[in-house]
Design a protein around this ligand. Structure first.
Ligand SMILES: NC(=O)c1ccc[n+]([C@@H]2O[C@H](COP(=O)([O-])OP(=O)(O)OC[C@H]3O[C@@H](n4cnc5c(N)ncnc54)[C@H](OP(=O)(O)O)[C@@H]3O)[C@@H](O)[C@H]2O)c1
Length: 224
């Protein structure tokens, strides 16, 4: 696991979770969850890293993974320190209790089954498993109890998918209304933010704003 500069990187043995095939339970809670973030240099990965710190998640280790392009890059994780990004490999997820997949559908499809076999619960942020009947499609404010039930069943780690971002936002508003009355019809318009296209797109918008403000020509490698 990658740790802050003041901490040596301990080895990442097979977790107790994997050994008993259950959820990250008492053992993991005692030593802290071992978390891997795949896509740590991206827009979604950055949010997860910020949330882990913001919520003071008790961590037994944190591994930041991305493409080989980002290997060696340092990311400052509040409360932990500077962590080194590693290139994703077949061995990257061994020993993790929870894996956040934030690197797109193809990487999710490639990584999730191996992560499950290695004993980790998978939180997938792509569309890869949304329609998979074996995955849990969870929006905590709406059906978080389904995740609790799956954990309590003790059948081993599962892939947890999340709805599309505009669906999440719509359901947060609609679900309480649905509890009160039948919803017959919804008229929905979505306006996707630049951030939905990822970190590189946000950087492009920021650069274009700077160039526009200083009278420079605008470049659009992402949206051009
Ligand atoms: N942006 C949003 O608002 C949003 C919201 C919900 C869900 N999603 C979904 O979340 C996923 C990530 O989106 P994003 O916006 O965070 O994209 P992004 O900013 O472009 O980040 C992509 C991440 O994937 C990594 N990656 C790319 N190729 C890889 C490889 N071969 N092996 C390992 N890592 C690789 C990138 O690493 P490098 O930096 O090294 O290239 C980067 O960390 C997508 O499935 C997207 O649909 C996005």
């Amino acid at each position: 696991m990658t740790q802050g500069t003041d901490s040596p990187s301990p080895p990442l043995p097979g977790s107790a979770t994997a050994a008993r095939g259950g959820v990250p339970g008492a053992t993991a809670a005692a030593r802290g969850l071992r978390v891997a973030v795949v896509g740590a240099t991206g827009a979604v990965g950055a949010e997860f890293i910020a949330l882990l710190a913001h919520r003071r998640m008790p961590l037994g280790g944190l591994r930041l993974l991305a493409s080989p392009r980002s290997a060696g890059r340092r990311i400052d994780v509040p409360g932990i320190g500077a962590c080194t990004v590693e290139a994703l490999s077949d061995q990257s997820l061994a020993g993790a209790d929870v894996v956040f997949l934030c690197a797109g559908s193809e990487i999710s499809k490639a990584c999730a089954p191996a992560a499950i076999r290695a004993g980790a619960w998978v939180i997938d942020n792509s569309s890869a498993f949304r329609a998979d009947p074996d995955a849990l499609l969870i929006l905590p404010e709406v059906n978080g109890e389904a995740l609790d039930a799956a954990a309590a069943a003790g059948d081993g780690p599962r892939i947890v998918a999340v709805p599309n971002c505009s669906t999440i936002i719509a359901l947060l508003a609609v679900s309480p209304l649905r509890a009160l009355a039948r919803i017959r019809r919804m008229v929905v318009s979505t306006y996707q933010a630049v951030s939905g296209a990822g970190a590189a797109a946000m950087a492009e918008l920021e650069q274009q704003a700077r160039d526009w403000a200083s009278g420079q020509p605008l470049h659009s490698p992402i949206f051009g």
